[in-house]
Design a protein around this ligand. Sequence first.
Ligand SMILES: C[S@@+](CC[C@H](N)C(=O)[O-])C[C@H]1O[C@@H](n2cnc3c(N)ncnc32)[C@H](O)[C@@H]1O
Length: 235
Amino acid sequence: MGYHVPVMVREVIEGLVVDPDGTYMDATAGGGGHSEALLHALGEQGHLIAVDRDWEAVEASQERLSTDARAVVWQGSFAELGGLLAEQGGGALSGVLFDLGVSSHQIDVPGRGFSYREDGPLDMRMDPAAGQSAADLLAVCSEIELAELIKRYGEERQARRIARAICRQRQLEPMRTTQGLRRVVAATQPQMLNKTLARVFQALRIAVNDELGALDALLEGAARVLMPGGRLAAN
Ligand SMILES: C[S@@+](CC[C@H](N)C(=O)[O-])C[C@H]1O[C@@H](n2cnc3c(N)ncnc32)[C@H](O)[C@@H]1O
């Protein structure tokens, strides 16, 4: 199975590449699909920096891009874009690409805990070495915080009911697995179970990875690392 099938590749490349000999950053490299297409569009003097927070994505991208001397792959968060560039001695960029969300690989591997369809540890960290897992988050949030989080990041109307059910269940035993969470959500009898599960899992993923905080930091950071006339593409 492939790591991830990149979407809107032609549109992204056409919109992003203003100077084929410039330096570009793919800030969410994943399996390196967009990165590879970017390299095809660049000239001999062009450079690509591929970044991902997830070590598995870094390895997949390294494998895919390693034969091209114009590419380097770094592990890190796009929230620290400026710091990453300064640390590695990189200059101003002609363009930065963000393909936000999760990769198919992250969803497909049960051990990552992103999928409500498979059983696995309730982890959901893009970088499993950093921060608290979804299980840790569920253990420490108050019922009100949990309801707010599910409502805000998942846009789930039954957020309060689901938060109450989670808090009741965790008094009996810690919630450690995706299927444990699935059972609790199912017990609240939502009309469309899979849609509700998708919203609850999305909400937890966004909270665990502080995705909105990272996005704010990235927008601020990108303005500082782009050269005049440089472009930012978001997918
Ligand atoms: C939709 S996938 C990108 C797929 C990629 N365009 C490809 O062609 O395979 C999103 C990627 O963003 C990464 N990601 C999410 N938040 C990140 C962050 N703050 N910094 C860097 N990478 C991040 C995820 O680990 C995931 O690999």
